[in-house]
Ligand binder design. Structure first.
Ligand code: MN
Length: 488
């Protein structure tokens, strides 16, 4: 599909402004232990129970690189169609804060593990390519807690040293909506790969959002502000909206934007200044003398490439080509790995189009209503496919299927069993149906006369009456055929 332009502008006093957004996503590497120590990364533990001497920076402790975290990051890089650098370097990023006992964060600066790549977004107005600038590995800091006690602050070091992939996009995003699609797609790719669980409530995915504005038609970027550590897509969108408007107002009043780091205040729905933006040189980056440069051999990368699972874009193409689905349907099915797994489980047994409809219409309605994900679905893929199969084979009507579907939500019983127990099998015996048809017609002789004198719309009425008498069990195709004959 061709790349189309999306018009999202902020209307100012004297013209239209375009919003330029770049994201630095911090994605926690899915790994049982930390980047440089063997401490557990399990979420929700008591404070300071998952802290080794390395994580708490005791003097003389040396970091030991976790090979698994490196492989996870390479896989992520491959999933972003990015260049993997055979030589990369860990640097110290120096700053002081109570939750960073080392006094520096081990990160990568000039030579990151992963270079340029891309992510494709399926926007409602067409596909959009978002460039990836780089992906580097770094440690997370601990957590400062200021809201337990008015007189004291606390520090929990459980997160200290947890591996993060910082994925930096190019400033290619142009609206809060594109940010929504971008973060979801990134998350989906990593979940397919099994390299990050993408759980935003648990802080596994956070983003620093860079926002600037410029007059439509300008080719240079304006001064940007960075909004730190936003942990939900909705908040990212709110922060961007607010920040872009703030910048437009400043510029239109003839003032200049100060490059600064800002915080998003969820309660007030506003951003406020945190500090004037530091430059890279303020951090006094230098290669960490405790760690050798990271040298990879090409064999490892080739091996990981071969082991890559099918990713959402490929799966989508396959569904369109082999299953005859529309791009829209395929997109929904591949948006989360668990949805595509459910679908693929279903179509082992039943029709692909019907499976798609039942998942995206009926099942999604139930899941949304109960606020469940598909992996928590009250109805298994096996039983839903069994239901669909009964419709295709003409054992039950579409209407009865919906009743059975209701019952399946309460107990995930095999629908065949429900149909048998409740005597819901479709009535397909022509003689039985003929009886019902004749009964309906004799009760409605006035309408029969109207029909025969040209009021053909009444046909639907007769069908409805037959269905009513049969309690919805009559085979509608047969009913149609018999009615047509009898009404002649
Ligand atoms: Mn970072």
């Amino acid at each position: 599909m061709a790349e189309k332009k999306f018009d999202y502008f902020i209307n100012g006093e004297n013209g239209k402004w375009e919003v330029i957004i770049g994201l630095e996503v911090h994605a926690q590497v899915l790994s049982k232990s930390k980047l440089f120590s063997s401490s557990s990364t399990k979420f929700g533990a008591e404070p300071n129970t998952q802290v080794s001497l390395v994580d708490s920076a005791f003097p003389g402790m040396l970091p030991v690189i976790n090979q698994f975290c490196i492989e996870q990051s390479i896989k992520t890089g491959l999933g972003l169609k990015a260049i993997i650098n055979l030589n990369s370097v860990f640097d110290r990023k120096n700053y002081f804060y109570a939750d960073l006992p080392q006094g520096y964060q081990i990160s990568q600066y000039k030579k990151p593990l992963v270079g340029e790549g891309e992510v494709i977004l399926d926007m409602p107005y067409g596909t959009k390519k978002v460039g990836i600038e780089r992906l580097h590995l770094e440690q997370d800091a601990g957590k400062s807690i200021h809201d337990i006690d008015p007189d004291n602050s606390f520090v929990d070091l459980n997160r200290s040293g947890v591996a993060l992939m910082e994925i930096v996009s190019k400033p290619d995003l142009r609206s809060p909506e594109e940010v929504n699609f971008y973060v979801k797609k990134l998350r989906s790719i990593m979940r397919y790969l099994g390299t990050c669980d993408g759980n935003m409530q648990e802080g596994s995915l956070r983003a620093d959002v860079n926002v600037s504005v410029r007059k439509v038609g300008d080719s240079q970027y304006g001064t940007r502000c960075e909004i730190k550590n936003v942990n939900s897509i909705k908040f990212m969108q709110m922060a961007i909206e607010h920040e872009a408007k703030r910048q437009v107002e400043i510029l239109e009043s003839g003032k200049k934007i100060d490059q600064e780091t800002r915080l998003f205040d969820v309660k007030k729905n506003t951003t406020r200044s945190m500090r004037s933006k530091e430059e890279a040189h303020d951090y006094r980056y230098f290669p960490d003398p405790d760690l050798l440069p990271l040298k990879l051999n090409k064999g490892l990368i080739d091996k990981l490439k071969k082991e890559l699972p099918e990713l959402p874009d490929q799966k989508k193409d396959r569904f369109i080509k082999d299953h005859n689905l529309s791009p829209y349907e395929a997109n929904i099915l591949v948006s989360e790995k668990e949805i595509s797994d459910y679908y693929e489980e279903m179509i082992k047994e039943c029709d692909k189009k019907l499976a798609t409809n039942w998942i995206t219409v009926e099942l999604f309605a139930v899941l949304n209503k109960n606020n469940l994900s598909i992996s928590q679905s009250p109805i298994s893929a096996k039983n839903l496919s069994s239901l669909v199969k009964m419709i295709t084979l003409g054992k039950i009507s579409g209407k009865i299927a919906k009743d059975v579907f209701e019952k399946m939500q309460v107990s995930d019983k095999d629908p065949k069993q429900i149909v048998e127990e409740e005597g819901l099998v479709q009535q397909s015996d022509p003689k039985e149906l003929e009886k019902i048809v004749l009964e309906v017609l004799s009760k409605n002789q006035d309408k029969v006369i109207q029909y025969q004198s040209g009021k053909v719309k009444l046909f639907g009425y007769f069908v409805g009456e037959v269905m009513k008498v049969s309690k919805g069990k009559a085979n509608p195709n047969l009913v149609n055929d018999i009615l047509k004959i009898k009404l002649k």
